[in-house]
Write a protein that binds this ligand. Structure first.
Ligand code: MTE
Ligand code: MO
Length: 424
């Protein structure tokens, strides 16, 4: 082992350079794939590709362990060389914390089923936070360090002489002390670095502020209710348990997911149908639908990608009541759900559909569900991951055969049960 390490450390300068290069390519791939995965805009476009991309992101994230471990094996020696160069040491620690934090939180997210929603939620927060902090630094580092920006003098990651290798995070110029003097404000490098910094702040700043606002539920953060584009009259009158919400108000915030444009509805283009293998088919318009007797429940909402919203007070129609109203025929085995977006569908077995907390929800925390979050009516399945929670639900069909839902066709697990659900 010792010998192997010694061999490894010989010529370690070249090795550090190649570690840096591999690391850079991996992080580039992970950054791009990660941004494509979170960006709502890409959901529809990527479709099945999204699931592949997710696996590639996980796989390359694990591969990132190799340069990290390889570096750690060389770290002792590198560290000695960095003696007295505190900003460079800080740089190394920053990068290591970033990479290890990304990998560790990524593993928890990957193993969300083992970890459970609470841990996944924390891991997602950490993963996002590190991305917010790390990515701008990395982009800045890459742009300000590309070759055409460099001094004619060659720079390498490994200091060749003791006098070299000052601060490398900011790509500090490496002029001999005598030539350093006060730098003119308008030096090419200085100007470009300032421009890159300002560009990053302007492009990433607002999104970052929004993310912080949502993560900590600061006042003024994403108020979907205020920008609800649905226009359905009359407003549903909330039951006493809904307003104020008996759950005390939801904790956390929804990330708006859609695979189509976000639809909006009004009385003229909205109706709700239950049909298929039932004794009595129904189609309600909005005025009729809001008259049906609703109930209230408090439940948590978990997305497989790691985020959760706790203590939602939902008011709506228990699915089992709708099924009983319509009279499910003997032959029916599957309940198929259609979205008013015309694309998204999912299904439950009859036994699952009869769970008493499966709800056709109309209000959230005492207010109409806004169109971004699937209103006027969405399905709620508290014991399953939220890809079952069909937004803009407008049709329920009882069928004999199985139905594979939108994301399940694209690689999501057919089994959507939460880790501690009582499966039926
Ligand atoms: N019609 C429709 N319903 C949908 C989706 C969708 O893309 N389209 N995404 C599902 C997924 S994966 C999740 S996590 C939740 C997200 O709900 P939200 O957008 O209200 O946060 O909706 C589910 N229902
Ligand atoms: Mo999801």
């Amino acid at each position: 082992m010792k010998k192997a390490l010694a061999r490894l450390r010989k010529g370690y300068g070249k090795k550090l350079v190649s570690i840096h290069m591999w690391n850079a390519w991996l992080v580039l791939f992970l950054a791009v794939s990660g941004l494509l995965l979170v960006g709502g805009f890409w959901r529809e476009l990527l479709g099945e590709g999204r699931v592949w991309l997710k696996w590639a992101h996980i796989a390359f994230g694990l591969v990132l362990l190799i340069p990290v471990i390889y570096y750690l094996l060389l770290a002792a020696k590198h560290w000695k060389r960095l003696k007295g160069k505190n900003s460079q040491k800080a740089n190394v620690i920053f990068v290591l914390v970033l990479l290890i934090g990304w990998i560790a939180s990524g593993i928890v997210l990957w193993q969300f089923r083992l970890a459970g929603p609470r841990a996944a939620n924390t891991a997602l927060f950490i993963h996002d936070l590190l991305t917010w902090v790390g990515l701008p630094v990395i982009i800045y580092h890459s742009i300000t360090r590309v070759k055409w920006l460099k001094e004619p003098r060659k720079r390498s990651i490994v200091p060749e002489t003791a006098s070299e290798g000052e601060d490398r995070v900011a790509g500090g110029t490496q002029q001999p002390a005598a030539a350093q003097g006060p730098q003119p404000m308008y030096s090419r490098r200085g100007f470009i670095k300032a421009a890159v910094g300002a560009g990053l702040a302007i492009t990433l700043g607002p999104t970052f502020v929004r993310w912080i606002g949502k993560s900590f539920q600061l006042p003024g953060a994403a108020d979907y209710a205020a920008s609800n584009a649905n226009a359905l009259l009359p407003d549903p009158v909330p039951l006493a348990d809904s307003a104020p919400p008996i759950g005390g108000g939801a904790e956390g915030s929804f990330r708006v997911y859609t695979v189509t444009e976000i639809p909006a509805f009004d009385n003229s283009n909205w109706s709700f149908t239950i049909d298929g293998l039932v004794d009595k088919k129904f189609t309600w318009n909005w005025e009729e639908f809001v008259k049906l007797q609703r109930e209230v429940q408090v439940s948590d909402f978990h997305c497989v990608t790691g985020w959760s919203v706790y203590k939602n007070t939902w008011e709506g129609l228990p699915l089992v009541k709708l099924l009983d109203m319509a009279g499910v025929q003997e032959r029916a085995a599957t309940v198929k759900f259609y979205s008013g977006d015309g694309v998204y569908t999912d299904s439950l077995t009859l036994a699952q559909a009869r769970l008493k907390d499966v709800m056709v929800a109309v209000l959230h925390d005492g207010k109409p569900i806004p169109n971004q979050l699937g209103g006027p009516v969405r399905l709620v399945t508290p014991q399953m991951y939220a890809y079952k929670s069909v937004k803009w639900l407008n049709r329920i069909e009882l069928i004999e055969e199985d139905h594979v839902g939108y994301w399940e066709q694209r690689g999501y697990d057919k089994d959507a049960w939460l880790p501690n659900a009582k499966r039926v």
